[in-house]
Write a protein that binds this ligand. Structure first.
Ligand code: SF4
Length: 140
């Protein structure tokens, strides 16, 4: 997405979850607060993603990012194609529950990053239901 005309160049050394957080934080801050999905959703996205970037997230947080995003933009979300992942591009425009594009713009970097670089997020989170079992079979 070109947004307002800015282009960010990233290479293989870019921390994708952190880059997504930087963009989401910007849009969450820019929310005027008029509509709930943008005002609350942007803040939720920022908080969840901050938790993941700080190494305190779980894989439930990854699902919740999509759930919050769906409350801002229901249905298929536009994204780029990826030959690596076998994904065809989903074209614009967004379907959105907000008055303007600030709300969807807070979700766009997260959706794109999670779709195209999910492994970078999964390596940062704790799996749910992973209960350590001792040699005696007891959980600790
Ligand atoms: S989507 Fe636009 S109008 Fe709605 S709260 Fe966000 S900035 Fe304000």
């Amino acid at each position: 997405m070109l947004g307002s005309g800015a282009i960010m160049v990233m290479d293989h050394t870019t921390d994708i979850p952190r880059a997504a957080l930087t963009l989401t934080r910007f849009y969450a801050h820019e929310s005027c607060g008029k509509c709930t999905p943008c005002r609350e959703g942007g803040t939720w996205l920022e908080r969840i993603l901050s938790r993941i970037v700080d190494g305190k997230g779980t894989d439930a947080d990854l699902d919740q990012l999509f759930e919050v995003g769906e409350s801002i933009c229901p249905g298929a979300f536009p994204h780029a194609s990826s030959s690596k992942l076998g994904l065809a591009a989903t074209p614009f425009p967004y379907r959105m529950n907000t008055i303007c594009f600030v709300g969807p713009s807070a979700y766009a970097p997260i959706h794109s990053a999670l779709t195209l670089f999910r492994d970078e997020f999964e390596s940062r989170v704790t799996k749910r239901h992973r209960i350590p079992v001792t040699s005696s079979g007891a959980t600790s």
